[in-house]
Ligand binder design. Structure first.
Ligand code: PGA
Length: 251
């Protein structure tokens, strides 16, 4: 059975006090057992988050990491550094990293290799821009991102890969892909993994949807057969809406 996952990508939100307050409230909530819940705070709060959630089922992820093991890379953070504070999952290839920090497919493939080489799990984001969708190129764009970022991996590596489909036009815009659009792309991604690897690999990989997921639309999106959960931005910043989304699978 594919793992159901709801991950909160905090982006550049919440200082230490806000993180403490959020996690304090989160820990008061009853967690749905069948959903793996992840929070991805900024680097500065990862250690606190890990320690705060040490005896709790919610996991902690980083939002990015550098591809090198160490070196003269001012301002960067390595996989080993993340692991040293307890973080074993990293989001890579988010469209904001691709767009604002020039992260290319080749660079992302390197980052993926480094993360997996350090026994981390990768949440790898793919997704087309509005111009691609308008041109009808969305499947080609996503196929290309998958090929360059992930399809060099071995079958075994896929036990540590989660895919997040995030159409760029739906991120932070209030605009959501319709449940049908999400399903169509998720099915396409799963088929691409089947074609490149095998049905066994494709059936085991969790594919999350991201882009303006809210309590009001989560149930319908998560109800699609190839949607295994969500990568949530804005609505993950409040405990109530985040938990409502996490519980959308069951209620
Ligand atoms: P959003 O962000 O939910 O605020 O649209 C999703 C994401 O960027 O992961």
């Amino acid at each position: 059975m594919r793992k159901k996952i709801v991950a909160g990508n905090w982006k550049m939100h919440k200082d230490l006090a806000e993180t403490e307050a959020f996690l304090g409230r989160l820990k008061e909530q009853v967690m749905p057992e069948e959903v793996s819940i992840i929070v991805a705070p900024p680097f500065t709060n990862l250690q606190h988050a890990f320690q705060s959630l040490r005896d709790h089922p919610v996991r902690v992820a980083a939002q990015n990491m550098h591809q090198s093991d160490k070196g003269a890379f001012t301002g960067e953070v390595s996989a080993a550094m993340l692991k040293s504070v307890g973080v074993e999952t990293v989001i890579l290839g988010h469209s904001e990293r691709r767009a604002h920090f020039n992260e290319t497919d080749d660079l992302l493939a390197e980052k993926v290799n480094t993360a997996l080489g350090n026994d981390m799990t990768v949440i790898f984001c793919v997704g087309e821009e509005l111009k691609d969708r308008k041109a009808g190129d969305q499947f080609e764009v996503v196929q290309n991102q998958l090929e360059k970022g992930l399809f060099h991996l071995s079958e075994d590596d896929w036990a540590h890969v989660v895919i997040a489909y995030e159409p760029v036009w739906a991120i932070g815009t209030g605009e959501t892909a319709s449940p049908e659009q999400a399903q169509q792309m998720h099915q396409f991604i799963r088929q691409a993994v089947t074609d490149h690897y095998s049905e066994t690999v494709a059936e085991a990989v969790s594919i999350l949807y991201g882009g303006s997921v809210k309590p009001a639309n989560a149930k319908e999106i998560f109800g699609q057969p190839d949607v295994d959960g969500g990568l949530i931005g804005g609505a993950a910043l409040e405990v109530e809406s985040f938990m409502e989304i996490a519980k959308a699978f069951i209620e």
